[in-house]
Design a protein around this ligand. Structure first.
Ligand code: SF4
Ligand code: SF4
Ligand code: SF4
Length: 550
């Protein structure tokens, strides 16, 4: 029956007095403060009308300090709300910020005397209600109202955070000056990691390709778009008509949109007549799709990770590879007392939140999952594991609504085993962690030599044939097989989009010398440097389309 009043004349007067106190030593440098226009203290002053102050003492000034490449601290602006200390410790589990001294002499301090050694996530800057903590990447560059705020999806991992890019006009066109999640919407709410917040400089990097290059007399030279397209079209047609589609390979990307991935595989199959199409695979998404086929509600969302009463994390290191997922797990444990079970070959950082950590050998994931699934699973022919695994299995079976998250260490039959194990737990759901921003989209859209969009086998493509006309039926070459084919001379042409197999797999330059190679990319990668034609590519922040998160 208690009634709580949050707005009355008395309350407004109390708040106004509090704002006056806060402004007592606060420098009124709003015209040059990065937080100007986005400052909670400014907003409170405006709301409560505390424009005049009773305090006439001289304000105590301290010089600004740089604590890291991204974190600057302006002590007089600090209102000692301790939000930064709490977000760094409780939510990020880094504990790099603290408070020195007491009462009015209190001050926020970094963990290493005069500097920070931390994860550089920028969450403390984001949560600071005033301009006491500012960002080295953004400070004094512009005013919030001079930017256009463009909501998009982060391109740096498969979690799919929303990031809002601050874009403004510059001498060279449009320039991204800031990344944050300004309106706290999207699946990530308050959160962005260091990558989503700061890693946008590739967009305006001076090394970006801006015009096509064509190899002439052994050297890549600038060409017009018309020249480049005419050459690519002519050579692809010649090779297809002379040697057949099987002489052409296509390597797609985990960073292009779903729409682009779909069109690329359709182009390969319908126009070039080849199933030689692949991408840099990590998670075994086809095996996961097959394992959950016909089982509705068997996959978990990021929201489930935040709400679930218990989580089993097998493999992966989300703090590094899936920062949003790690944030959701930490906050579920912190705020809802969720029970986290970690099984990993390394003592990953999240083991600090876990009620149970099971160290498994590097090559023991298959055995571990088979053990969980119980008799009848393929145990890899190994002897029975330790008692601790049996205890863990018993505990997990008693965890209704368990969310099971697994990394690319689990693949093939092990995914089937894990799904079988999940089926024995009421309400259990699974997440298969993919690695790159649109790994999931590349898989869903059929960038595979044996699978069409939606994971249909190429031999079972009648529905697609009805729509698209004739299609090659034979399984094509995988990415390593295409590179082998180029080396042996069987593959006459290779089209690579947003991928760098030469750099990643250390391919010898001579292997591609007899293959007409076309690369479409943002930069002159190791693969592009060996190509016959290089076509500049737009990045995800410069086009429209969709990504599918993990
Ligand atoms: S940048 Fe992140 S890790 Fe570093 S002090 Fe701030 S909140 Fe902590
Ligand atoms: S969040 Fe900002 S205002 Fe609050 S204590 Fe930290 S530095 Fe000071
Ligand atoms: S967690 Fe992943 S998607 Fe989110 S901001 Fe970081 S890199 Fe981007």
């Amino acid at each position: 029956g208690m009634v709580v009043v949050t707005d009355s004349d008395e309350i407004r007067q109390a708040r106004k007095s509090m704002v006056e106190l806060l402004l007592g030593n606060h420098p009124l440098d709003c015209p040059v403060c990065d937080a100007g226009g986005e400052c909670e203290l400014q907003d409170m002053t405006f709301s409560y009308g505390a424009a005049e102050s009773k305090y006439i003492d001289i304000k105590s000034h301290r010089d600004e300090q740089q604590w890291s490449p991204v974190v600057y601290f302006d002590r007089p602006r600090c209102i000692l709300c301790y939000r930064c200390v709490r977000v760094c410790g409780e939510a990020m589990d880094v504990w790099a910020l603290g408070v020195d001294n007491r009462a009015v002499n209190s001050t926020i301090v970094p963990n290493k005397e005069d500097h920070l050694e931390c994860e550089e996530c920028g969450m403390c800057i984001d949560i600071c209600p005033v301009g006491a903590l500012t960002s080295g990447a953004y400070r004094y560059k512009t005013r919030p109202w001079e930017m256009k705020h463009v909501g998009t999806t982060c391109t740096h991992c498969a979690d799919g955070c929303k990031t809002t890019l601050g874009v403004r006009r510059s001498d060279t066109g449009m320039e991204i000056v800031r990344g944050d999640n300004r309106d706290k919407s999207g699946i990530n709410g308050d959160f962005l990691c260091i990558k989503g917040r700061y890693a946008f400089d590739f967009a305006n990097h001076e090394d970006r390709l801006t015009q096509p290059l064509v190899r002439r007399n052994g050297k890549l030279a600038p060409a017009t778009w018309e020249e480049a397209f005419a050459l690519v079209g002519r050579r692809f047609k010649e090779i297809r008509d002379r040697d057949g589609g099987q002489a052409i390979g296509v390597i797609g990307s985990t960073r292009t949109t779903n729409e682009e991935a779909y069109l690329l595989q359709k182009f390969a199959r319908v126009v070039l007549g080849t199933n030689n199409i692949d991408h840099h695979r990590t998670a075994d998404l086809p095996a996961f799709a097959a394992a959950i086929h016909g089982k509705p509600n068997s996959t978990a969302s990021m929201r489930d990770v935040y709400d679930a009463p218990a989580i089993l994390l097998i493999g992966n290191d989300p703090t590094e590879q899936h920062p949003l997922l790690a944030w959701q797990i930490r906050n579920n444990v912190r705020l809802h007392n969720a029970r986290l079970y970690v099984a990993n070959s390394e003592e990953i950082k999240l083991h600090r939140q876990a009620v149970s950590f099971t160290q498994i050998p590097n090559d023991g994931y298959h055995e571990f999952v088979s053990f969980l699934a119980g008799p009848g699973s393929d145990g890899g022919g190994r002897p029975s594991p330790q008692k601790s695994w049996a205890d863990l299995r018993e505990k997990l079976l008693a965890e209704p609504k368990l969310v099971i998250i697994f990394g690319s260490e689990i693949f093939g039959n092990s995914i089937q085993s894990l799904t079988k194990f999940a089926a024995g737990i009421p309400g259990a759901k699974l997440i298969c962690l993919a690695d790159y921003a649109n790994s999931r989209g590349a898989a869903d859209m059929g960038l595979y030599p044996d699978l069409l969009p939606g994971y249909f086998a190429v031999s079972d493509g009648n529905k697609f044939r009805e729509e698209w006309g004739s299609l090659p039926q034979k399984t094509g070459l995988s990415l390593p097989e295409m590179l082998e084919g180029a080396k042996s001379g069987a593959l006459k042409a290779l089209y690579v989009i947003g991928a760098n197999p030469v750099g990643r797999l250390n391919v010898a330059p001579a292997d591609l010398k007899n293959t007409f190679t076309v690369v479409q990319d943002m930069f002159l990668t190791e693969t592009a440097a060996l190509a016959d034609v290089v076509i500049p590519a737009a990045n995800a922040y410069e086009k429209s389309g969709t990504f599918t998160n993990t």
